[in-house]
Design a protein around this ligand. Structure first.
Ligand code: KG4
Ligand code: ZN
Length: 351
């Protein structure tokens, strides 16, 4: 586990709120690394008939779910809201209407309790999920760290030089990895979200080499739209898309193509992350974001990296409130209180 910079004698308890996309989530974390509660209400069932997140449906569901989620997060932690030292909330990047629900709730709680409000960058939150991870590390590797944030909206390689200090050194030039998984699953007639579905049907399947890799030489940037289009053409050629031909051995083909897609994405991400770690002479690797819940990606990065890899449990890789609380703790320690007139920032960058 990575330790916090505990400069205050009392344990600091932070409530983290996350509503940037389709998960209404809240968690309580002590001193930036001890998880006291983590409650997530997923809207997957609501959005899956559309094959993707419908922003207005998401915003309205956050309005319904947030108070019960907050109550549960407080109850599970064994604390009351009045025991919190600060309220951390995602204010970007994400869907504007979804972010507003969380930010306004956080403002109300912070204002009524007279405690600091801390606006957190969602991508930074994904990185700080690693501070919650009970990784099998004997010691803290220390900074600098090579961070991979791979989610539905981002595929970023960030050099983390210290708490809150990042340099963006690689990013996707088109689709995010999670977005590509979701589109690939749709092409193969699988459910939403696509990442877990592709992982599920790929288990034990062959066909790893069927699709190309977008190496994009001499850059740490990524591109995933080409492999998605190659998959589409292959699915069309084999009679899987748009409507499955009679007589096609659908199950076997879907499994093979899903495995091929997963391997292509895993191969490129693992190679570029390990290359970045060597280039910037870091001490360790940190994974975050929904795509890093992928078992093959986790396995492959650990296999290829000579350095320690800090990997949160899958539930802490996908969106959650605890990671926001963990990140908020380090901002709190630096005295970074957010003004009450903060607005949401749907395109907020990191690094
Ligand atoms: O971080 P996240 O929960 O939300 C965003 O910030 O976007 O990431 C969601 C993305 C989705 O695209 C989903 O398909 C992908 O993460 N994902 C996975 C897996 N679990 C979630 N992708 C690959 N393998 C998985 N096991
Ligand atoms: Zn996320």
């Amino acid at each position: 586990m990575i330790s916090g910079d505990d400069t205050r004698s009392m344990a600091i308890k932070i409530l983290g709120i996350e509503t940037s996309c389709d998960e209404t989530a809240a968690g309580v974390v002590e001193d930036g690394h001890t998880l006291l509660s983590n409650v997530i209400s997923s809207q997957v069932d609501l959005h899956s008939p559309y094959g993707g997140v419908v922003p207005e449906v998401a915003s309205r569901q956050h309005v319904r779910d947030l108070v019960p989620v907050l109550e549960q997060a407080a109850a599970d932690s064994g604390l009351g809201l009045e025991d919190m030292d600060a309220i951390a909330v995602t204010y970007g990047p994400g869907l504007a209407g979804s972010l507003i629900t969380g930010v306004n709730a956080a403002k109300s709680i912070a204002y009524s309790l007279g405690i600091p409000l801390i606006g957190v960058n969602h991508l930074e939150g994904h990185i700080y999920a690693s501070w919650l991870a009970k990784a099998d590390l004997e010691s803290d590797p220390g900074f600098p760290l090579a961070c991979l944030v791979a989610s539905g909206g981002h595929t970023d390689l960030l050099l983390m030089e210290g708490h809150g200090r990042y340099k963006l050194v690689g990013r996707t030039r088109d689709d995010a990895a999670g977005e590509a998984f979701d589109k690939a699953a749709r092409i193969l007639g699988l459910g939403f979200p696509g990442g877990p579905e592709i992982q599920r049907v790929s288990a034990g399947a062959t066909g790893e080499e069927l699709l190309p890799r977008a190496w994009m030489k001499d850059t740490l940037d990524f591109s995933f739209s080409g492999v998605k289009t190659a998959l589409l053409h292959m699915a069309q050629d084999h009679g899987l898309y748009p409507v499955i031909d009679e007589g096609v051995d659908q199950e076997r083909l879907v499994r093979e193509l899903a495995a091929a897609f997963q391997e292509s994405v895993v191969d490129v991400i693992s190679a570029k992350l390990v290359e970045m770690a060597a280039k910037y002479r870091v001490n360790g690797l940190v994974l975050g974001g929904g795509v890093t819940a992928n078992a093959r990606l986790r396995e492959e990065i650990v296999k290829r990296s000579p350095l320690p890899v800090i990997i949160p449990s899958p539930v802490l890789c996908t969106d959650n409130g605890a990671m926001i609380a963990a990140c908020g703790y380090f901002q709190y320690q630096r005295g970074e209180e957010t003004p009450m007139d903060i607005d949401v920032e749907p395109g907020l960058p990191l690094g």
